[in-house]
Design a protein around this ligand. Sequence first.
Ligand code: FRU
Length: 494
Amino acid sequence: MVSEQLQQARDFEARYMPFIPDTERPVFHVTGGIGWINDPNGFSCYRGEYHLFYQYHPYSTKWGPMHWGHMKTRDFIRWERLPVALAPDTEADRGGCFSGGAVEMPDGRQLLLYTGVYHVRRADGVMEEYQTQCVAVGDGVNYEKYPGNPVLDGKDLPEGNSMLDFRDPKLWLEPDGTYRCVVGNRTADGSGAALLFESPDGFHWHYAATLDACRNEYGRMWECPDFFPLDGKQVLLTSPQEMAALGLEFHAGYGAICLLGSWDSEKRQFQREKVHSIDYGIDFYAPQTLESYDGRRIMIAWMQNWTNSNCQPMNARIFGEMTLPRELSIRNGRLVQNPVRELERFHGHRVAYSDVLVSSETNMQGVSGRVLDMTVNVRPAGRGYNWFKLHMAKSGEYATTIRYKPDCSTVRVDRTRCGIRYDVVHVRDFLVRPRDGEIKLRVVMDRHSLELFVNDGEQAATFIIYTPESADSISFEADGAVLVDVEKYELNIP
Ligand code: FRU
């Protein structure tokens, strides 16, 4: 049954979406139909395709009562828009359908597990938000909410844990048929934790273990956890609120971190070994993964940051987009990310140069554009160099710059002159592995986004720019002398 609220959202899209021309959207990154989006949800395999839902408020470009928008793809590049999947329309989720996961059930149905939110005014007048976990089941287009919702609430939590911050279940099915999910929560010390719950059928759930807890070390509340094996390790991803800055590894505010360790599935024990940031740019939050049909672990994230999300371009009709899906692996004890290999199928016109000597600012014929996949290899020439800069989306007053300094092994992304007229973070520095002055930079650009992958994915840095599309020049500059190889592809996405 399609509720009034869901029908209203679908009608709203049908009526107003046609007014948004394709030129207002990125070419191959996921956007909402209209209005606002945040976290990716339910990123999963279903009937031979990949489904992606997202936090959605169609009615304005600001966050509001959360719906689930819906898209699907076969190649992670070309997406098909599906009708809005969930609206806040039941007792348990009348305040919003927050983030969650999805899985294909053995009987062929698709199970969605999401956070249902409702508000209650306390005796002293304060409004409190309760967060519970709810289920909906469907056929890949339409979903019925389970009458027994919520399937998990405050009563299911360990003593002292918060029922106000209890959200974002990420769901998977174990080979033995057990459903498991990891949920973000807040423990008695006020900081975050990732909790494991189990179910024999997807509808009846119980608490199984606390996988890891923040203990006020990595931010406060842990949002949007994900938990999966990768290359012999176990990975816990989470997006902490209120991070404190630490060196060049963690920046203040909303972060996204990777906890690497080992996992004893029988004893339900996760042993954390290492923690590092997932993305060193500005706009990256709430990543979620799936295991592809051919066994790759693929991650997608919201290409935004809550702190900046009020700083929108004038007259925008859509706000928020997802990152390019990325293939994950573990190398040298770190999470490595690279663009999904499917992107290469869409490589169009190629321009390549090798061993170009760069000292002062240099342009290369044919190297420009705003929708592209470009790899730049840099190595010292002669006595070496103090810094190398790659300027993108450049013209007149505009430029977005990636700078590498070999003496301190730091990369700086700087979008100060990208056209954003708000005083928010525009610069980030991060450490990369020293390689005798060599560095490899791969940049994937899609109109107003820039995703940088350093040294074959050892670091990624993602950010949004507001630069007019006419600013499409690219230049190379060095203090000292470098030899540069460039390989640039246009991307042709039908
Ligand atoms: C993370 C988040 C989630 C929540 C959702 C609400 O960005 O705050 O914790 O489920 O957004 O839209």
